[in-house]
Design a protein around this ligand. Sequence first.
Ligand SMILES: Nc1ncnc2c1ncn2[C@@H]1O[C@H](COP(=O)(O)OP(=O)(O)O)[C@@H](O)[C@H]1O
Ligand SMILES: [Mg+2]
Length: 626
Amino acid sequence: MFQLFKLTLRERKWVLLSLGCMIFVALFNYVFVDMVQPIINEMFGLAPAASTVKAPDGSPATAMTDNAGRDVPQKAPPKGVVKVRTMDLVLRLFRISRQDIRKVLPFVVVFVIFGRGLFTFLSSFFMKAVGNKIVKTMRDDLYEHILYQSPGFFDQVTTGDIMSRLTNDVDKIQQAVSSAMSDMIEESFILIALLVQLFVTDWILALSVFVITPLAVIPLAAFNKQLKRKGKQSQVRMAHIYNLIFETITGNKIVKAFTMEQFELRKFLKASWSYFKINLRLAWISSLSSPFMEFIGGVVGAFILAVGAKRIANGNISPGDFGAFVIAIFLMFTPIKRLSRANSVIQQATGCYDRVQEILNRVPQIQDDPQAQPLAAVKGHVVFDRVSFSYNESRPVLFDVSFEVLPNEMAAIVGLSGAGKTTIVNLLSRFYEPTGGRISIDGVSIRDVTLASLRSQIGLVTQDIILFNDTVRNNIAYGLDDTPMDSIIEAAQASECHRFIMELPDGYETPIGEKGTLLSSGQRQRLAIARALLKNPPILILDEATSALDSESERLIQAALARILKDRTTFVIAHRLSTIRNADKILVIDKGRIVESGSHEKLMKKKGIYKKLHDLQFPEEEEMER
Ligand SMILES: Nc1ncnc2c1ncn2[C@@H]1O[C@H](COP(=O)(O)OP(=O)(O)O)[C@@H](O)[C@H]1O
Ligand SMILES: [Mg+2]
């Protein structure tokens, strides 16, 4: 709550403007109620008995006249009570005689209502502007913050969670700042103005109302508590339904393949029934609450009527005063309702604010060292020196990994899945920080250089291809805006993309749909290779980049790759060992350790793990060798 206030104060100028307008709204409300007394007394020809402005000496300031202009005997106002009516001040200010009041009053009514409307509009606009401004900044910050987080962050959070913070939570905060915050202030002002009004009009009547009201409020609070609890339960059950729908729509093929429609339907109907039940209970309570409130209101009203009638009869107040009093009470309903609503919105927003702060306070695990220098153009001499690593403290993934790859060499990393191959190349791009050891490129530790300069010299084609919802051309030239078309086509030809791209409806300008759904997985993989080639980096990582290709297109690409890989340092991770047979160096990884390394021939002679893997894939060769 306090934090939300602090947040709001960032836009001090607008908040102050809005605050000024709110004071005017409250003042106009005050004047509005004040008009009721003269309207009733003057228009209906009743004597303005208690409407007296006391002069400093304590005697009645003006001799009152009734409508016909005759002198009317004055009842002395109760001792010690000074009633200053704004109407009297206005009448005096504009020198309007009491005779003219009937002509003037309609204009005053219009003026007051117009004034109240104008300032309500202004204060509401200013606060909404504040809310929008604050939330825009917050959303921008949040997005930037998330974008710069290290991959480790994305391992821990789910996409849905981040999305809900960026949209739902931020919206709730906006609501709170835009409307709830201003409601809180504005309605408090109005409430205070009306309270003052009540006590000025008749403090005894006011006091008696305040004694009885709490008695009426207690059952109301019980109702609200029930409403809230059931509302929350209803939301939880809706979320469950939402999950079921999401699962079966995204997994529709699996549901069909296993003919599980009936099963899923039964699950859904059960969830839907339980949602229906809770909503029925909610409907019961909420339908009951309104008539119940009205009944209690009626009881309180009757009480006020009884006390008021007695006070009029005793001559303590005039009928006009009583009318003003009742109007003021009615006018208080709206602010009270809005205050309680604003309170619940703010409570919710406070939770959302904490969730947003949780992300804003999180520093990316991997950042540039303060003394980091940009990495100069590298030759590609990569050294891992006793590198160890674990994603989470409990389970180490790499142990003492040491190897050296010379400039322009092709290094292959092989091993069973889960051995740690991807992890090794992740460390080279500094997506994660090793827990021990040192990684260097051209003799410079990658910790001592800026992330941007390091990553700009590494090309990466990952296991899961990531394409953006954009044209073919922009997907290949990702991050390279002003690349000439010729080089794009060249890269596409080298990666065997050009032919299928030309068959697309708009060639290179064809949008490829969300995540590239309009392409086959082999085509997606070739696009990703084209993208890496176009970047033309001194170090290239192909992490199972050809695994989704059929043998025909793999053979085609292989030739092209061989040409491209010649003048750069390359790391190739592949399951199909045919791909890496002519690598300069093969690193065999098993359970996070390098167990063998060397050329294909050397490893085959060694008859270790590599040979076993090889023989599994090429049983014919084994036969031939015998
Ligand atoms: N982001 C991650 N968070 C936690 N553990 C991971 C993560 N990525 C991989 N691992 C674990 O690290 C080990 C090595 O994974 P990885 O390097 O991807 O294997 P490979 O590429 O050889 O198949 C596996 O046991 C895997 O479960
Ligand atoms: Mg992998």
